[in-house]
Design a protein around this ligand. Structure first.
Ligand code: GUN
Ligand code: FE
Length: 415
C-alpha cells in the first residue's frame, strides 16, 4: 500500500472539479482505495509519500495523435489541409516503409508522450505494417493503454503512399491478428478519411470490425472541403457519418471521430446514437483547417467529447495546453458566431481526463476504484499571491510545460 499527500484536483463530472488542499490518496496494487481530507486513523502509522505543495492530477488521454508525424511537429505550418497533406505529411509518412527510421521516431514519440503526462492515447500509424507493429509493441511493453491503427488509404493518394484495396484489407487483418492478445495497446481500424478510402474498402473494414470486434477511428467533417468530398463516397450519401454507419463501422465502440467541426444534425445524431466520441484538436484545427468545433453546443447535446493533440497538424504534444486552447477557441467561436456558448475550464479539463479516459479502463479520475494513473505538477506558484490547487492546474494548462510535471504514475508505479 502507498499513501500520497499533496493537493489533489480531479473531475467529478463535466461541470465539477474536486479540489482538496493537503489531501491524501491511498493506493493498493495500483488502484485508488480512498481520497481523504484527513488521513484516517487506521493509516496513521504508515509511511506517507509527501509531495509538499505539488498538485496530484489524473494523467491525460490524447484521443487523436499521428505518431509518424512527430518529426514535423512545429514546422511546415504554412498551408491548409489538402495542400498540407500533399506537400508535407504524405511525403513524411512514406518514409515509414523504412523500419529503422520508424524505430527511431516511434521511440522518441512514446518517450515524449510519457514526458508530457499522456498515459492513454488513440494513435494513427501509417499504411506500413512493420512500422505500426513496432509502435504497437513499444506501447504494449511500456504498459501504455492505447488504440493504435494501421492506416488505410486506397484512392486519391500519392503513388508513393497508397495501397490496393485487397492489400489494405489483407494487411489490416494481419495487424489485428498479430496484436489480438495484447493487454494494453490494441488495434483500431483507421480508414484515414473518406476522401482517401473507397466505399469497397470501408465495407470490407466493416466486416473486419464485426469479425474481430475492433473499433474505428477516422477524421470526420474536419473541413468544408472534406465534408463535400465525403458525400462523393457513394450515390445518395448525405453526410460523413452516414458512410461509417452504412459500412457497419459504428457498431463497435468506441467510434472516434476526430475534429467534427462542421457536423450536420444527422452527423451528430449518428455519433450520439452509437456512443461515439467527438475529439477536438484545437491547435490542429487552427493550424491547418481554420475551423473551430462548436464545442459548447456539442457538450449540450450530451455527446462524448475528448481532446487530441493531432501532431503534426497540432504542434504540441502536451494535452494540458490543448485544454487551454479549447477554452480560448470557444470564445473566438462565440464572438464570431454568437449562437455558440463558451466552454468552461472545468469542462475542458474533464474532456482531457475523465471523459477521454472512459474508453480505456478506469482511468482519468482520482476517485475510488480508479487506477492511480497520475501526475504531480509543481513549480507553478508565486511567492506574492496564493493560488488554490485548481488555479495551479489552470496555470499549468495555460502557461505550464513538461518540466512542471515532477512525478508520473502508471497503475501505481512511478515511471
Ligand atoms: N485528414 C486526413 N489525414 C489527416 C492528417 O494526417 N491530419 C489531419 N489533421 N487531418 C487529416
Ligand atoms: Fe489527424
Amino acid at each position: 500500500m502507498e499513501i500520497y499527500r499533496g493537493h489533489i484536483v480531479y473531475s467529478k463530472n463535466k461541470d465539477e472539479l474536486v479540489e482538496l488542499t493537503n489531501g491524501y490518496i491511498v493506493v493498493t496494487d495500483g488502484i485508488i482505495q480512498g481520497v481523504y481530507k484527513d488521513l484516517p486513523k487506521e493509516y496513521i502509522d504508515n509511511k506517507v509519500i509527501d509531495f509538499g505543495n505539488g498538485v496530484i492530477i489524473p494523467a491525460f488521454s490524447d484521443l487523436h495523435v499521428h505518431a509518424p508525424q512527430y518529426p514535423n511537429r512545429g514546422i511546415a505550418m504554412d498551408k491548409l489541409l489538402s495542400n498540407w497533406l500533399n506537400d508535407y505529411t504524405f511525403p513524411l509518412e512514406s518514409k515509414y516503409k523504412d523500419l529503422e527510421f520508424a524505430k527511431q521516431v516511434y521511440q522518441a514519440f512514446v518517450n515524449d508522450l510519457i514526458k508530457h503526462g499522456t498515459m492513454h492515447a488513440v494513435i494513427l500509424g501509417t499504411i506500413h505494417n512493420p512500422a505500426t507493429d513496432f509502435l504497437m509493441d513499444l506501447l504494449e511493453n511500456k504498459g501504455i493503454q492505447a488504440y493504435v491503427g494501421k492506416v488505410n488509404m486506397d484512392k486519391d493518394s500519392p503513388s508513393y503512399l497508397i495501397e490496393t484495396t485487397d492489400q489494405s484489407i489483407k494487411d489490416t487483418k494481419a495487424f489485428i491478428k498479430k496484436h489480438i492478445n495484447n493487454k494494453y495497446a490494441k488495434a483500431i481500424l483507421t480508414p484515414r478519411f473518406a476522401p482517401t478510402c473507397s466505399f469497397k474498402l470501408l465495407k470490407e473494414l466493416g466486416k473486419l470490425a464485426k469479425e474481430y470486434n475492433v473499433p474505428t477511428q477516422t477524421h470526420i467533417v474536419e473541413s468544408l472541403w472534406e465534408k463535400e468530398e465525403a458525400k462523393k463516397c457513394f450515390d445518395g450519401c448525405r453526410c460523413d457519418m452516414q458512410i461509417y454507419d452504412e459500412t457497419g463501422l459504428l457498431n463497435v465502440q468506441p467510434f472516434i471521430a476526430a475534429h467534427f467541426i462542421f457536423p450536420s444534425e444527422e452527423d451528430i445524431k449518428l455519433l450520439k446514437d452509437h456512443n461515439g466520441y467527438a475529439v477536438t484538436c484545437p491547435d490542429a484545427t487552427t493550424n491547418v483547417i481554420a475551423g473551430i468545433m462548436p464545442t459548447g453546443k456539442l457538450i449540450d447535446t450530451g455527446i462524448n467529447l475528448a481532446i487530441g493533440s493531432d501532431i503534426s497538424a497540432g504542434s504540441y504534444l502536451g494535452i494540458y495546453r490543448q485544454v487551454a486552447s479549447v477554452v480560448r477557441l470557444s470564445k473566438l467561436k462565440q464572438f464570431y458566431e454568437p449562437e455558440n456558448r463558451t466552454v468552461h475550464f472545468n469542462e475542458a479539463f474533464y474532456m482531457a481526463t475523465k471523459s477521454g479516459g472512459k474508453i480505456f479502463d478506469k482511468v482519468g479520475s482520482l476517485e475510488l476504484g480508479y487506477y492511480f494513473d497520475a501526475l504531480v505538477i509543481d513549480g507553478l506558484e508565486d511567492s506574492f499571491m496564493k493560488l488554490s490547487p485548481i488555479q495551479l492546474v489552470e496555470r499549468f494548462c495555460y502557461a505550464g510545460d513538461s518540466h512542471h510535471i515532477v512525478h508520473r504514475y502508471l497503475r501505481g508505479k512511478e515511471i
